[in-house]
Ligand binder design. Structure first.
Ligand SMILES: C[S@@+](CC[C@H](N)C(=O)[O-])C[C@H]1O[C@@H](n2cnc3c(N)ncnc32)[C@H](O)[C@@H]1O
Length: 209
């Protein structure tokens, strides 16, 4: 198909190239070399949104690989275009549900750090089952983390944070550790919006034991 007749999504796929990770097989566990050719530590951003966090991290730490998961197509397209435009070879994004990626696709013990920034709070009680933090997700996280690797979680939503703390407390194989304020840790537009309003940000840092 020529460019003139290509539909917008095909054009995006052609342009996104390396930025978008499209597994050859969605039911087989990938090998690290299927995702990044350079064997350096991997950091994962589950629910990377518009990519502002993962893009900043990938630019700051060229000696690490970064993988974002995101289920919304428009956001995946935005992140992919930004990765391509900035010429980042250490950053990729996959359009798939985070727990599926962690549980079924990623190599076991592949991640040095996992970031989860402002996961959707699903405030209505009958939507709580849609929250990312569930007992099963903690098992998937444990599987994907290398020994001693870390998880960093931030949210502005206090009820969801209390929920997350209970899920964490039940999970086996993690210890909660201090997370001193790191001025260099990138803040997404989302976080800056809450900080500008003087709202608290709730944070948890875990280590796999
Ligand atoms: C509130 S936004 C936060 C985005 C970003 N982490 C930040 O800090 O700005 C949550 C993002 O996670 C995505 N998301 C929510 N649940 C997801 C899931 N189960 N798998 C993949 N993406 C998910 C949403 O589409 C949305 O872009």
């Amino acid at each position: 198909m020529s460019n003139a007749t290509q539909d917008p999504h095909s054009a995006f796929l052609a342009a996104a190239g390396h930025a978008l990770w499209q597994p050859a097989d969605h039911v087989r566990r990938a090998q690290m070399s299927d995702i990044f050719s350079r064997p350096v530590p991997l950091e994962i951003d589950f629910g990377c949104g518009d990519g502002s966090f993962i893009l900043a991290m990938a630019e700051r730490f060229p000696d690490r690989n970064f993988l974002g998961t995101e289920r919304m197509l428009g956001r995946v397209e935005k992140v992919s275009r930004a990765i391509a435009r900035r010429g980042l070879t250490n950053c990729r994004v996959i359009r798939l549900e985070s727990n599926y990626v962690a549980k079924w696709l990623l190599p076991v013990a592949c991640a040095a750090t996992v970031h989860v920034g402002f996961p959707d709070p699903w405030p209505k009680r009958h939507h709580h089952a849609r929250r990312l933090f569930q007992d099963d997700f903690m098992v998937s996280l444990h599987q994907v983390l290398a020994p001693g690797a870390e998880v960093r979680i931030k949210t502005d939503d206090q009820p969801y944070f209390l929920w997350i703390e209970k899920v964490i407390a039940r999970a086996k194989g993690f210890e909660r550790i201090e997370w001193p304020e790191e001025p260099d840790y990138p803040k997404t537009d989302f976080e800056q919006h809450f900080v500008a309003q003087g709202l608290p940000i709730y944070r948890a840092r875990l280590r796999k034991i």
